[in-house]
Design a protein around this ligand. Structure first.
Ligand SMILES: [Zn+2]
Length: 65
């Protein structure tokens, strides 16, 4: 009986990769370490450390009043 645990991937909003200059959806493993983990460009496989580059996640934007 096979039970392959497929890691869930988290996708960023479309972001321009600084290496291949393409607008891509960066990915990282669902359980990636918030410190040691990194976003990965699906095109050139470049890694962006979370601590180095914080891609905006789905945040509720504060509206200035
Ligand atoms: Zn890239």
């Amino acid at each position: 009986m096979k039970n392959i645990a497929q890691p869930k991937m988290v996708y960023s909003h479309p972001t321009m990769c600084l290496y291949c200059h393409l607008v891509v959806e960066m990915t990282h493993a669902h359980d990636a370490d918030p410190v040691k983990g990194s976003w990965e460009c699906p095109r050139c496989k470049h890694l962006y450390r979370f601590s180095h580059w914080k891609i905006r996640k789905q945040k509720t934007r504060k509206t200035a009043t």
